[in-house]
Write a protein that binds this ligand. Structure first.
Ligand code: NAD
Ligand code: UDP
Length: 320
């Protein structure tokens, strides 16, 4: 098959490209590097079957040939990232989605849209099921991301209903692993780099807010199943690991696994309405896709710590 991965130079996209190439597919990665990194493609760029097209998908797409599958992962994803690029974030999920939906529809290709658990906002239902409509501010400091993703979902459904597009939507919950940007400000990169450097670990507010972390190889398996399972067409499916912990618990586990003696420092709450609890209900993914995460938290964190050691030039690290 020939597959387009928009956002393929990013954290999740680079793992998806690698997996597709291992399966023998041809991959075209389209990325403008607004938050992606050349280093993420280091081991792919010389492989036969891999092409990089440096391009902003809100601009008219160049002629790229036929595709069987179109993955739309292009978007800043970390809160500091999308708050630094608010208009770009809205445009890539609106105009970028439009361009990729037109392309996929014209080619009769399958289309997968990477939405987010942020579509639920600061949820009032717990855990979050796909039929929960969310508690989202259309004007708050996270709105450029949350509302853009909700628009991207609606656009995919509009194409499916009016033009027969083979579209599906996944709502990705917090994902971690090698290739995530050590400087993007998210929980796992912050805590690991702080712990490895012996710096204080920054716990925002009381640290009793929760998240559920999914290892990237599990997430990629879920993306592929969502793309290829015929019953997923027209569906919204949560992908994430339901093992929920407080931020303080994650900090404690990371400090232990790195052997660090970093202290914890409680700082101001995160900018915006920091969702207080987040945990995916994955019954639908299990039922439709036969998918559930398999990588234990400590195993995934150890692999990520190894990667960050190498990124920071510390001894004992293994690049992914
Ligand atoms: P990332 O920032 O590492 O990757 C996104 C990629 O998209 C980057 O390489 C970036 O340069 C590219 N991009 C952004 N705008 C573009 C544009 N206009 N044209 C071309 N390329 C563009 O983020 P990620 O963590 O890999 O996330 C991938 C997708 O998954 C995003 O859509 C994100 O919203 C979604 N998601 C991620 C998480 C997570 O925990 N990582 C959670 C929920 C949803
Ligand atoms: N967080 C924290 N310290 C940090 C980074 C994040 O306490 O250095 C908290 C943040 O307040 C949030 C959670 O960790 O409750 C996850 O934040 P992240 O930015 O990774 O992503 P989010 O899930 O908010 O999109």
């Amino acid at each position: 098959m020939r597959v387009l991965v928009a956002g393929g130079a990013g954290f999740i996209g680079s793992h998806l490209c690698a997996r597709l190439l291992r399966e023998g597919h041809d991959v075209v990665c389209v990325d403008n590097f607004v938050t992606g990194r050349v280093a993420n493609l280091r081991e792919l760029e010389d492989l036969p079957g891999f092409d990089l097209c440096e391009h902003d998908i809100i601009q008219p797409l160049p002629e790229l040939g036929h595709f069987d599958e179109v993955f739309h992962l292009a978007s800043p994803a970390s809160p500091p990232g999308y708050q630094r690029h608010p208009v770009e974030t809205m445009r890539v999920n609106a105009e970028g989605s439009l361009a990729l939906l037109e392309l996929a529809t014209g080619l009769g290709a399958r289309y997968l849209y990477a939405s987010t658990s942020e579509a639920y906002g600061d949820p009032l239902e717990h855990p979050q099921r796909e039929d929960y409509r969310g508690n989202v501010s259309s004007t708050g400091p996270r709105s450029m991301y949350d509302e853009a993703k909700r628009y991207g979902e609606a656009l995919a459904m509009a194409f499916l209903r009016s033009r027969g597009t083979h579209a599906r939507i996944v709502r990705i919950f917090n994902t971690y692993g090698p290739h995530s940007d050590p400087t993007d400000g998210r929980l796992v990169p912050n805590f690991i780099t702080q712990a490895l450097r012996g710096e204080p670990m920054t716990i925002y507010a009381d640290g009793l807010q929760t998240r559920s972390l999914c290892y990237v190889s599990d997430l990629v398996e879920g993306l592929l199943r969502a793309m290829r399972t015929p019953e997923a067409r027209g569906e919204v499916v949560n992908l994430g690991n339901p093992e929920e912990h407080t931020i303080l618990e994650f900090a404690t586990i990371i400090r232990e696994l790195t052997g660090s003696s970093s202290t914890f420092v409680h700082t101001e709450p995160a900018v915006g309405d920091d969702p207080q609890r987040r945990q995916p209900d994955i019954a639908k993914a299990q039922r439709i896709l036969g998918w559930a995460p398999v990588v234990p938290l400590r195993e995934g964190l150890l692999a990520t710590i190894d990667y960050f050691r190498a990124e920071l030039g510390l001894p004992g690290g293994h690049p992914a």
